[in-house]
Ligand binder design. Structure first.
Ligand code: C2O
Ligand code: CU
Ligand code: CU
Length: 458
C-alpha cells in the first residue's frame, strides 16, 4: 500500500493563491486620523503575505477591480519573462474586470515582495504591495518568523494621500519621500517581544523613495539574508541595516533584554530632525519558557544560484547619469520622453549610458546590452549622479563583487543594489534566464523619469 503524503496535499493548497486589487480604505495612522483611501490587494495594506514553497509550482491569480490596467511583478523571483509582470514586455495589462494567473516555480527560498509594474508611482504609492515568502524546505529554527513591511506615505491632515505623484522637481532629486512610515500598514505601536526568544525578522522596504537605516538599540541583530538570498551570517556594519526601496534583509535577533525592557528601533538614514524612532521592542514581564537557545546555526540553506566564472566572463560598463546637481542643472541626459499611461509626458531626468527609458517601460526600446545566454557577465556600474539609487535587476540575482574597489564581504547576492552618490559596484552573474529584463532604479520617481533600461539575455 502506498504511504499517504499529506505534505504534498498541503503544498498544493499553499501554492494556489488569489489576490484582488481594488480601492479600499485603511486606518494607516490607527485612530489618530481618518482612514485613508488606498488601492490595495484584498483590501489590506499591505496585501496579504503570500507564502509559497521553494521548488514547487505556484499559481497566483490576480483579479483587477481597479479602474485602470495593472500587472503584478514578483520582485526578486527568478521566473520566466512571461510571468514577470512588465506591461508590453511580459504581458498585456490586466484590464479592469479581468484576471490573470501567474504560474512559476520559485527556485530560491527567501523574502520577496510583489507590486504592480503599471502606473507604478501611483499604484505602489497608493498601497498596492505585499510580501511574498518562499519557504525553505528546512527553515532555520526560531521561535517566531515575523515580517515588517515598511511603507512610506505622504498624508494630509484629513488622512488622504497628498496628490501630485510625478512631481518633476522631486523626480530630479530624491523622489517622493513621505511624512508617515507604516509597519505592516499602520503607524506602529510597540512590538511585543519576550525575553529569551529568537526571532527571524524579515524587513521589507516597500517605500516609493525613502531609504532607511535601522538600528536596534540594545540588540545585536545578525543579517542572514540580503534581498532574499542567504549570506554569511554577520552583524551589520556600525549596527545599521541599510534598506533602500525594494530591498529586504532577513535578521535573526536573540531577544536579550530583561522582562519589561523597552528598546527603540531608530531610522537614522536622514540625519538630524529627520531621524525618528520607527517603533520600540517592548518586553513582556515574563521570561521566555524555552530552556536553551535553539540549536543549529544561523546560516540559511543556500539557494541554487549559478556561480559566475569570472575568468571567462564578459565585461560591461553601465553608467548612471542625470538628476539635479548642486547648481540645479541636469547632467548627462540626452534621451527622449514618451507618453505615460496618465497621458502626461514623462520627463527624462535620468539616463543609463545616455539613454532614458521613462514610465513603466516600453516595448520596442532597444536593449542597453544583449547578453549571451548561459555565459558569465561582469557589470561595472558607476553612479555618476549626486543621488542614491537602489538599482534593481529583473530575472536574475547578481553576486556583488566589489564596491569602490573593495571586495564586498559575506557572499552577497542581490536583485537590488543600493548605490550611494558616486559609488562604483562590480557584480557578476550567469545570464541563464532568456528575455528582455528590466534594470531600473526602484526610487519610483527615478524609474519613471528615465533611470531604466533593458538587458536582453538571448
Ligand atoms: Cu520591484 Cu521592476 O520592480
Ligand atoms: Cu523586480
Ligand atoms: Cu534612483
Amino acid at each position: 500500500m502506498q504511504a499517504m503524503r499529506p505534505y504534498m496535499v498541503n503544498a498544493a493548497a499553499l501554492n494556489e493563491l488569489r489576490i484582488t486589487a481594488s480601492p479600499a480604505r485603511s486606518a494607516l495612522t490607527g485612530s489618530t486620523r481618518p482612514e485613508t483611501d488606498v488601492w490595495a490587494y484584498d483590501s489590506q495594506v499591505p496585501g496579504p503575505t503570500l507564502r509559497i514553497r521553494q521548488g514547487e509550482p505556484a499559481r497566483i491569480t490576480v483579479a483587477n477591480k481597479l479602474d485602470q490596467g495593472t500587472t503584478v511583478h514578483w520582485h526578486g523571483i527568478r521566473l520566466p519573462i512571461a510571468m514577470d509582470g512588465v506591461p508590453s514586455i511580459s504581458q498585456p495589462l490586466i484590464e479592469p474586470g479581468e484576471t490573470f494567473t501567474y504560474t512559476f516555480t520559485p527556485p530560491d527560498a527567501g523574502t520577496y515582495w510583489y507590486h504592480p509594474h503599471a502606473n507604478s508611482l501611483q499604484q505602489l504609492g497608493r498601497g498596492l504591495s505585499g510580501v511574498l515568502i518562499v519557504e525553505e524546505r528546512e527553515p532555520v529554527s526560531v521561535d517566531r518568523d515575523i515580517v515588517w513591511m515598511l511603507s512610506d506615505w505622504r498624508l494630509a491632515t484629513d488622512g488622504g494621500i497628498v496628490p501630485g505623484f510625478g512631481n518633476a522637481m522631486e523626480a530630479e532629486m530624491s523622489g517622493r519621500i513621505g511624512n508617515t512610515v507604516t509597519l505592516n500598514g499602520v503607524v506602529p505601536d510597540d512590538q511585543p517581544v519576550q525575553s529569551g526568544e529568537r526571532i527571524r525578522l524579515r524587513l521589507v522596504n516597500g517605500a516609493l523613495a525613502r531609504i532607511m537605516a535601522l538600528r536596534f538599540e540594545g540588540h545585536r541583530p545578525v543579517i542572514v539574508a540580503i534581498n532574499g538570498q542567504p549570506c554569511e551570517p554577520h552583524e551589520p556594519e556600525g549596527g545599521r541595516i541599510l534598506l533602500g526601496p525594494a530591498m529586504r534583509t532577513d535578521l535573526i535577533i536573540d531577544m536579550q533584554g530583561e522582562p519589561n525592557g523597552r528598546f527603540a528601533v531608530i531610522d537614522d538614514f536622514y540625519k538630524g530632525d529627520l531621524t525618528y524612532a520607527l517603533t520600540h521592542l517592548a518586553y513582556s514581564s515574563a521570561p521566555h519558557s524555552r530552556k536553551s537557545t535553539p540549536d543549529g546555526g544561523l546560516r540559511l540553506p543556500a539557494n541554487p544560484l549559478p556561480e559566475p566564472d569570472l575568468a571567462t566572463a564578459k565585461r560591461h560598463d553601465i553608467t548612471l547619469q542625470g538628476g539635479m546637481m548642486g547648481g540645479g542643472a541636469l547632467k548627462g541626459v540626452g534621451g527622449m520622453s514618451r507618453m505615460s499611461m496618465s497621458g502626461q509626458a514623462d520627463i527624462a531626468a535620468w539616463s543609463i549610458n545616455g539613454m532614458s527609458m521613462t514610465g513603466d517601460g516600453q516595448a520596442g526600446m532597444p536593449p542597453l546590452l544583449t547578453l549571451q545566454r548561459g555565459r558569465s557577465h561582469v557589470l561595472t556600474i558607476r553612479n555618476e549622479t549626486a543621488w542614491w539609487h537602489p538599482m534593481h535587476f529583473h530575472g536574475h540575482s547578481l553576486k556583488v563583487l566589489s564596491r569602490n574597489g573593495l571586495p564586498v564581504p559575506h557572499h552577497q547576492w542581490s536583485d537590488t543594489i543600493l548605490f550611494a552618490p558616486k559609488d562604483t559596484v562590480e557584480c557578476a552573474f550567469v545570464a541563464d534566464n532568456p528575455g528582455d529584463w528590466m534594470l531600473h532604479c526602484h526610487v519610483m520617481d527615478h524609474q519613471v523619469a528615465g533611470l531604466m533600461t533593458i538587458l536582453r539575455v538571448a
